[in-house]
Design a protein around this ligand. Structure first.
Ligand code: URA
Length: 278
């Protein structure tokens, strides 16, 4: 059972993260605030990270890695013309860019399909583009993106060797959390990306990404989910904290590094000495 202290901590962390993302408001329902004030457990998950406990499913470790290609998709550079996956990803990216399936398309500068290696061992999934990503059309290029790059490099990879995308491909107004209907409208794109990329592991960055990929996990806090394998389209998913949250709470880099080490172990990869994002 969540203690009041845990709920308060998660709520504070969630608000701090949203502020870091450039939001001027954060969604906390009156019922959560009332229950926090009363010192009891919220009955509904109205704050992404403040929710009741539920067991996560486990996935057995897989085998070792494959040779990496260095072509990138979505960056407009180093695209391998003969790569079938690259072509499929490009076609899909065009579909994403012209999508009007949910209201988020109305506020975007451009949709952000994601970019990276068409044959990645690891697919990193975030929540949705922020202002920088909306402007540049690339996932994780702002401050949080720079920290994600350090995390990837700490694992012994480069950004070009992995694929980086989001649950939602369009920026929500004021970087608010995407609504369930918006996630559901966008998920077919992610399913197609996963089917093309066939990553060995997905790393879900933050509570919203986990919730998007594994809706049944949404009753559980990210602090409870992280480090425990889930699955999406039969691909093992490692939930961990969002890099934007790490910018505000550097002490959380340690558990994130533990999660990334579990991913490396799963891939049969050596574990570099230095920790994540240091
Ligand atoms: N945060 C995300 O979740 N995704 C991005 O692409 C950038 C910031």
């Amino acid at each position: 059972m969540d203690t009041l202290q845990e709920i308060l901590k998660d709520t504070a962390e969630y608000i701090a993260w949203k502020l870091e993302e450039g939001e001027t408001t954060a969604e906390v329902s009156p019922s959560v605030l009332l229950e926090l004030a009363a010192g009891s457990q919220p009955t509904k998950q109205t704050v992404a990270a403040a929710s009741s406990a539920k067991k996560s499913s486990t996935v057995a470790p897989a085998s070792t890695g494959t040779t990496q290609k260095t072509a990138s998709v979505g960056t407009g550079e180093k695209v391998a013309p003969d790569d079938d996956r690259t072509k499929k990803l490009q076609v899909l990216a065009e579909d994403i860019k012209s999508c009007t399936n949910c209201p988020l398309h109305k506020g975007r500068i451009q949709a952000v399909p994601g970019q990276g290696n068409p044959n990645p061992e690891i697919l990193f999934i975030g929540e949705a583009p922020g202002a920088d990503e909306d402007e540049q059309g690339l996932a994780f290029v702002g401050r949080a993106g720079k920290l994600l790059t350090k995390m990837i490099e700490a694992m012994g990879f480069t950004r070009d060797e992995v694929f980086i995308a989001n649950v939602n491909k369009c920026r929500p107004p004021n970087n608010r959390k995407p609504m369930r209907e918006e996630m559901d409208a966008c998920l077919p794109f992610l399913r197609q990306q996963v089917a093309i990329l066939q990553p060995k592991v997905i790393v879900a960055l933050g509570a919203t990404a986990v919730e998007g990929l594994v809706p049944e996990s949404s009753k559980q806090r990210i602090s409870a989910l992280r480090g425990h394998w889930l699955s999406f389209e039969e691909i093992p998913v490692m939930p961990t904290y969002h890099p934007a949250y790490l910018l505000r709470s550097p002490a959380m880099k340690k558990p994130v590094w533990e999660d990334l080490q579990a991913v490396l172990q799963h891939l049969g990869r050596p574990i570099p000495k230095r920790g994540a994002s240091q």
